[in-house]
Design a protein around this ligand. Sequence first.
Ligand SMILES: NC(=O)c1ccc[n+]([C@@H]2O[C@H](COP(=O)([O-])OP(=O)(O)OC[C@H]3O[C@@H](n4cnc5c(N)ncnc54)[C@H](O)[C@@H]3O)[C@@H](O)[C@H]2O)c1
Length: 372
Amino acid sequence: MIVGVPKEIKTGEFRVGMTPAGASEFVARGHRVLVERGAGEGSAFSDQDYRDAGAELIATPAEVFERAELLIKVKEPQPVEIDRLRPGQILFTYLHLAPDRPQIEGLMRARAVCIGYETVERADHSLPLLAPMSKVAGRMATQVGAVYLEKSSGGRGVLLGGVPGVLPAKVVVLGGGVVGTHAASIAVGMGADVTILDTDLDRLSYLDEIWGSRLHTLYSSRHNIVRIVTEADLIIGAVLLPGAKAPWLVTREMLPTMKKGAVIVDVSVDQGGCVETTRPTTHADPVFFVEGVLHYGVSNMPGAVPITSTLALTNATLSYALAIADKGWRQAVMDDEALAKGVNLLDGQITSKPVADAHGLAYQPLAEMIGA
Ligand SMILES: NC(=O)c1ccc[n+]([C@@H]2O[C@H](COP(=O)([O-])OP(=O)(O)OC[C@H]3O[C@@H](n4cnc5c(N)ncnc54)[C@H](O)[C@@H]3O)[C@@H](O)[C@H]2O)c1
């Protein structure tokens, strides 16, 4: 199969969909790998590294899109990239379609096979291709939250861990999945007073078992959220309903009850955010204030640490990408239910129910379309 790796063009994005080590795996199995010149630069991979791995270096993104049968990317296709897709071409990347009407309309027109990393889901509901970036974003969330709590960054002016004789900052983590757990682990490590909320009691029990009294767990009810946001210095939004729009747990009317200069890092922003007043921002212009509360809504947080993130992402995506290239997408999804859940669109039809529901559009089960 001809596999294409374009350079990412989203603002502040320096990751790349395939490493030279990954390229050599494809080449060893008889596939051709086309890499756009400079695609790996932001992740510290040179064109020569890809050449040495057996890839062909391509001068323009247009040529990569034109020649590749399988495109491997990181972020959702930007409008100019959607225009370059062709019917039947396979796109393997993060899509995050629930909050993105223009993208879904563009991909319906493109009629490509769109496989979204974030909805590849195992039988135990774990998300193997979202998890590596969630670990990065979760750990970063506390790190950026700590910086924005500094007065010079616009925050309240509190030190996350306090000092002897002065209480630490209060960190509230909404959602105790991968992002939430990694955010909490850094916050606990920095000495903050951390409370993590979830609706999944088994998850809260698990967190309680690993952290004991170093972290508080709280059931995520509206009643509890209304109360706890008033005490928070830093709120980290880490909720996910796979494929669907995130529920608004912190509403606009709660903001005036919060401390002035408190910070919200809404990591769930890529699924619409779990804070009503969140909107997507970029690394170039990451924050804004509503009612005196600082909001950080960068939707590609791991893009800021591309060397770590590219390795973590491609460690997880490689085996799925190889299966698609070796067997063809149809056989690969028939052999692997987790990968089948990643197919968001096929031939212009939406094959992910949560995505279709999020937009009030028709859902077409994948199994019916491929006769599985
Ligand atoms: N902004 C970024 O750069 C970035 C990077 C990585 C991941 N993310 C996003 O972060 C979000 C979280 O991802 P994850 O991997 O941790 O997901 P996850 O599935 O591991 O965890 C989500 C958690 O939310 C909980 N939850 C669901 N409804 C809830 C509610 N009403 N109240 C409290 N908790 C609730 C679930 O029980 C689950 O434990 C996703 O939207 C993901 O796309 C964003």
